[in-house]
Write a new protein. Structure first.
Length: 416
């Protein structure tokens, strides 16, 4: 059977691979996109809780600042294809967009499916050949030049250039199982150890289990590190208690500021950020006066979600059935302290499977940042999360996928 020949083969039909393949094909290159799943862009479907925070409406400089690992490496990629370009791209594909809090951009429909369909539509429009196959190896000739790929089913495909866009190791059910690392390592590339980022946190407190399912809105979360007075992270938003500890947007963001031994960190939740200690004291005095003959547990219902009350009462050492008029000044002070600083101690991260992002990947020093071509293997390119780059939440990670995918697709098979 003759080997199928292409100009470019892109391995991985995620955000980066689809953008890359469409861009290469638009330049007239005969392009194949190898995707192991029946359907491409499966991870896009789960982004932004199914709404897809597709980019962040900001300048390239802010994109670089939001990329916590190797932001400067992305300078050319963000210059070539910035947030504005992403927004124009999707609007041109017929997806209307809206900008929400924190410059986060979503489709007006709130459907990640629209973003996935637009990416697939773009690639199809430019006649990308979709191949359902799992690539296992990229082949190079005796001069070290890439000439094709091998797939799990034994099929071989040849091409002048190959782009690895296989994503990271998070959410493996979407197809991203880290294959690209082994493929690149076999060609001599260094892999910076993949670790979870933007990941839920297991805590030492067993009572978190009791609070499972409780979501706190409009609280502030401070991440404190032993020996430092200033918080490492401090933001207002939403978080969630789970059977193992804590999760939700605030916690995921905080996790990307933590590394190594987590026992040196503390997560402090301000349950009443809109009120100062004095204002809270006045509010408590008012409530206690109004309900002086009621049980403490019942009065707490004015202040806290029902699920939190038993744990809160235990932590400030006041029995739930204590009459409010029996509560001492010291006990009230303890309550205020706890309301302003409800603390949990991190034990470890949840596994990489549950992380939003994989930190680590192909060492950036071995990739030309202006083209995304390997400095070690001519004709080999990289795009997206497989590279050792990652960012905070806010649409920045998809922007990295689009920018690097566009840059690689614009340079493959070019005589530089
Ligand atoms: C739950 C969740 C929510 C998220 N929400 C957001 C958000 O709202 N905004 C944001 O900016 N980012 C978000 N992210 C991160 C974002 O989804 C990723 O950064 C982005 O999808 C990475 O794109 P990629 O193309 O590099 O990799 P992927 O999207 O992982 O795509 C890689 C593709 O390669 C395929 N593949 C892998 N190995 C092979 C192989 N050997 N052969 C053939 N195909 C292969 C996979 O099946 C997959 O389709 C979220 C991530 C998760 C998990």
């Amino acid at each position: 059977m003759p080997i199928k020949e292409f100009d470019v083969i892109v391995i991985g039909g995620g955000a980066a691979g689809l953008m890359c393949a469409g861009t290469a094909a638009k330049r007239g290159l005969y392009t194949a996109l190898l995707e192991r799943n029946q359907r491409p862009a499966r991870k896009v479907l789960v982004t932004g809780k199914g709404r897809c925070n597709v980019t962040n409406n900001c300048e390239p400089q802010q994109l670089i600042q939001a990329a916590k690992t190797n932001g400067r490496f992305l300078y050319s990629a963000f210059s070539a294809f910035q947030s504005k370009d992403t927004m124009d791209f999707f609007e041109q594909q017929g997806v209307a967009l809206k900008t929400e809090r924190g410059n986060r951009v979503f489709p007006v429909s709130d459907k990640a499916m629209d973003i996935a369909d637009a990416l697939v539509g773009y690639a199809k429009h430019h006649r990308v050949n979709f191949v359902h196959a799992r690539c296992t190896e990229v082949c190079k000739d005796e001069n070290g030049q890439v000439f094709g790929v091998l797939c799990e089913d034994g099929e071989k495909y040849s091409a002048k250039a190959v782009v690895i866009a296989t994503g990271g190791k998070s959410y493996p059910l979407t197809g991203s199982t880290g294959d690209g690392y082994a493929i690149a390592a076999a060609l001599g590339h260094t892999i910076i150890k993949p670790v979870p980022s933007l990941v839920p946190i297991v805590t030492n407190e067993s009572w978190c289990n009791e609070l499972m399912g409780l979501s706190l809105r409009n609280v502030t979360l401070k991440l404190m590190e032993k020996g430092k007075n200033k918080p490492v992270f401090h933001e207002m938003g939403e978080m969630l208690f789970t059977h193992f500890g804590v999760s939700g947007p605030l916690v995921l963001s905080a996790s990307s500021h933590m590394s190594g031994d987590l026992s040196r960190y503390r997560l402090q939740i301000d349950l009443k950020p809109a009120l100062s200690q004095e204002q809270l004291d006045a509010r408590l005095l008012r409530d206690f006066e109004k309900y002086k003959n009621k049980n403490f547990g019942n009065v707490l219902g004015q202040l806290l979600p029902r699920k939190l009350i038993p744990v809160f009462a235990r932590l400030c050492n006041i029995p739930l059935d204590e009459k409010v008029n029996q509560i001492s000044r010291e006990q009230r002070k303890a309550m205020i302290s706890l309301l302003k600083c409800f603390s949990v101690t991190p034990k470890c991260f949840r596994p990489i499977d549950e992380a939003i992002i994989t930190s680590g990947g192909i060492k950036v020093g071995e990739i030309n940042p202006k083209t995304m071509e390997s400095k070690l293997v001519p004709g080999l390119y990289f795009a997206g999360e497989v590279i050792d780059v990652d960012a905070y939440t806010g649409g920045f990670n998809l922007q990295i996928a689009f920018s690097t995918g566009f840059l690689a697709g614009s340079h493959v098979c070019k005589q530089e």
